[in-house]
Design a protein around this ligand. Structure first.
Ligand code: NAP
Length: 474
């Protein structure tokens, strides 16, 4: 039974419960109270794991899992306005971007429903060795067990969907801990799963103190897999503390994009202006470092800067807004400090508007050690720097400890393929903003330089492959 919009209970083992304590969810734009959510902790998390263990004793058949997933996709479509508004209100995400996220979550559930019906083992070619001659062997794909999911604030619906939908497709119960700043979309999704027929115990959502809930998920041996999306330090610590579990980490990036002189500069400028500043740059694959061939540097800036300055900054509830607030005051202060410290030149932005929103900021030629180019900004800031050779551009792009996604704009196929091979990132986009991703099963097999893309593979066995995703606009 769902609670009211203003006060949300936790879903625990099939019951919506109050705990006597509350977490307040405030609008990052106005500071107003959006809702109060029941606050859970270690006890609630243990109860959720108990319920998950009980419920997994009676597996849900694939057709039932697929049916639930399809129904959730349908409900996300029917309740699109409510879903997008929930994302926007709790995360301060402009409605334009919130609508995109809500539609992506529909795809996530749809893909998961397809996967649920397709999960199958494979034949092992036994006669490949002499000892196997005359023998027959095949693998069975079995649910790995209870999945503990931990999600960040910036895609409060679709990154929760990335945890829940594939786990259900694989037949695993989930105990979810959404970000404390944005638990409402997760609770709404839980409500939709329940309405779609998910039996009690298959999903519990615990909102509250991260370390308390996290400790139970790490220490309880019944939780077989952890899927975490968030910042590097938290993610790596989780993995270190859970050596016996499968741990999928989706971490941060300082996304580079290389723009060659032969590229369509209008298209590149358009894509960069949109991708660097959507949701105020609070996306793991937000474009942050743009490297432009020196011959094309001025021409690119002539096209890029007016587009950045034309972005509409303001109220995320306004359907026309492009850039809204940052998630909280700490992020606001940190980013203004980083802009203040840079040795580069601020070409536009660099300050807050009268209503306190950081303007889309472009910084030319920062020093290599400047935080705006060496750390993940996670704000509406990007840098532009010229280069003289492709080798130099690749070297600059690779000079980071992150490795999630990168991009290149060029009309030369040889250059594009060379960059795809040498950019040391899990995904490389060609003539696209680097924020494009394919939400298919291969995402879970991606990963490069320690930044694995996770969340969709909970069946065992599955080889930890390293694969590169090449996405090109044809
Ligand atoms: P975060 O601070 O690391 O938080 C992520 C989640 O971890 C939240 O639910 C948080 O809970 C929880 N958490 C914090 N400390 C914990 C602990 N000790 N034990 C267990 N859980 C703990 O990240 P964020 O600021 O929400 O998100 C931004 C980061 O996520 C960026 O670095 C971004 O690049 C990354 N990200 C990556 C991807 C990707 O696909 N690779 C996608 C989106 C975001 P509380 O909210 O309660 O603190």
């Amino acid at each position: 039974m769902a609670t009211t919009v203003a006060e949300r209970k936790l879903l625990l083992g099939g019951e919506w419960i109050e705990t006597g304590e509350w977490v307040e969810v405030r609008s990052p734009y106005s500071g107003e109270l959006v809702a109060r959510v029941a606050k859970g902790g270690a006890d609630e998390t243990r109860r959720a794991v108990d319920a998950a263990e009980r419920t997994m004793r009676e597996p849900l058949p694939a057709h039932k899992r697929a049916e639930i997933l399809v129904k959730v996709a349908g409900a996300l479509g029917r309740r699109h306005d409510e879903v997008a508004r929930t994302i926007s209100e709790e995360a301060g995400k402009p409605m334009k971007a919130a609508r995109v996220e809500a539609r992506r979550a529909m795809s996530t559930y749809t893909f998961a429903a397809v996967e649920a019906r397709k999960l199958a083992g494979e034949m092992v070619p036994m006669d490949a060795s002499q000892a196997g001659e005359g023998k027959l062997a095949f693998t069975l794909r079995r649910p790995i067990g209870i999945v503990g999911g931990i999600s960040p604030f910036n895609f409060p619906l679709n990154l929760v969907a990335h945890k829940l939908a594939p786990a259900l497709a694989a037949g695993c119960a989930v105990v979810l801990k959404p970000a404390s700043q944005t638990p409402l979309s997760a609770l709404l999704l839980a409500e939709l799963e329940e309405e779609a027929g998910l039996p009690a115990g298959w999903l519990s959502v615990v909102v509250g103190k991260a370390s308390e809930i996290g400790d139970v998920l790490i220490e309880d041996e019944r939780v077989a897999a952890l899927t975490f999306t968030g910042s590097g330090p938290v993610g790596w610590k989780l993995r270190e503390r859970a050596p016996k579990k499968r741990v999928n980490l989706e971490l941060g990036n300082a996304t580079p994009v290389v723009i060659e002189a032969d590229a369509d500069l209008d298209a590149a400028a358009q894509a960069m202006a949109a991708n660097a500043f959507a949701f105020a740059g609070q996306s793991c694959i937000s474009v942050q470092r743009i490297y432009i061939r020196r011959d094309a540097y001025d021409s690119f800036l002539e096209r890029f800067l007016p587009r950045v300055e034309a972005l509409k900054i303001g109220d995320p509830a306004d359907e026309e807004t492009d850039v809204g607030p940052l998630i909280d005051e700490d992020a606001h202060t940190r980013i203004l400090e980083w802009i203040g410290e840079t040795k580069g030149r601020v070409l536009t932005g660099g300050e807050a508007t009268d209503e306190g929103l950081i303007k889309p900021t472009v910084i030319a030629e920062p020093a290599p050690g400047d935080k705006v180019s060496s750390e993940e900004v996670f704000g509406p800031v990007c840098t532009v720097s010229p280069y003289d050779s492709l080798d130099q551009a690749i070297q600059l792009a690779n000079s980071t400890r992150y490795g999630l996604q990168a991009g290149i704009f060029t009309t030369n196929i040889r250059t594009a393929l060379e960059a795809a091979q040498t950019l040391e990132f899990g995904g490389v986009t060609i003539n696209e903003g680097a924020d494009r991703r394919a939400a298919r099963r291969h995402r879970s097999l991606g990963g490069f330089r320690g930044t694995s893309l996770g969340g969709t593979d909970y069946v065992s066995p599955s080889p930890p492959e390293l694969r590169k995703t090449l996405q090109a606009r044809c």
